[in-house]
Write a protein that binds this ligand. Structure first.
Ligand code: ATP
Length: 237
């Protein structure tokens, strides 16, 4: 197994007094696809937002490429090569598809590669090329999700956190997007995939981490853990 690109050590995150993430420790080896699995409200999104610097940790440490990024603002974390595709297919609906994508290449390091990365995004999602001059507001949910993924790729990241990108999408679209994620991974990018669907998560992620009520309760190679053990941890059995 390759060296860790991301280490999350005993992270805690709160909303006011409410502890949404109580104790999360996880390891992400470079170049792998890692699944973070858990039921509604387990704390997955809060953990992803905290890793990406969108939400402030109230305890613990986050190490990315050997550097302690805990407490660092999101825009600085992006510059270091860690990008988040947040839940909800977010894109700017009054902007064209291409302008949404180009916005992603704001890091100085990403700008010289902008054209090549844009071509790569269009190769991954040809429908975005067809619709590049259309307003993002006119797209379907699946196409908006592709824009959100494309924008994250435009930052030229080493590691991307995908927060429940399958939410609300049709099964055929989900299948297509997951196939593209595997392609992104085979390009050498590290992928962290948040999922509620244990079966899909295990099939895609080489390593699984299961969250339950704000804690990472099970971690290991997906194949060795097996679906039964992962499901038990998911339900707290
Ligand atoms: P889902 O799969 O439904 O997205 P999740 O595992 O991502 O769930 P979170 O969204 O991180 O879980 O939520 C963890 C806990 O924090 C839940 O109890 C949720 O109600 C609470 N929570 C989330 N966002 C906020 C917020 N902005 N203010 C207060 N509590 C919040």
């Amino acid at each position: 197994m390759s060296e860790s690109i991301l280490k999350v050590e005993h992270v805690q995150a709160k909303y006011g007094d409410f502890i949404a993430v109580e104790d999360a420790t996880l390891d992400v080896p470079a170049g792998t696809i890692v699944s973070v699995i858990g039921a509604n409200g387990a704390g997955k999104s809060t953990l992803m937002d905290t890793i990406a610097g969108v939400h402030k940790a109230s305890g613990g440490k986050i190490i990315f490429k050997g550097e302690d990024i805990s407490g660092m603002p999101a825009e600085k974390i992006v510059l270091r090569g860690l990008s988040l595709v947040p839940q909800g297919s977010r894109c700017f609906i009054r902007m064209t598809v291409e302008d949404n994508l180009i916005m992603g290449s704001f890091p100085k390091s990403a700008r010289p590669m902008m054209k090549d990365t844009l071509d790569r995004v269009y190769t991954l999602f040809p429908v975005l090329k067809q619709k590049r001059n259309d307003l993002s507001g006119s797209l379907s949910g699946g196409q908006r999700q592709m824009v959100a993924i494309g924008r994250a790729l435009m930052t030229n990241p080493d590691c991307v956190l995908f927060d429940e990108i399958s939410l609300g999408l049709a099964p055929t679209i989900i299948k297509d997007i997951y196939a593209r994620i595997k392609e992104i991974s085979s390009d050498g990018m590290t992928v962290v995939l948040v999922e509620q669907d244990t079966h899909r998560a295990i099939r895609t992620g080489e390593i699984s981490h299961v969250m339950l009520k704000g804690r990472v309760v099970l971690s290991g190679r997906s194949r060795e853990l097996g679906e039964d053990e992962i499901k038990k941890a998911y339900f707290g059995l």
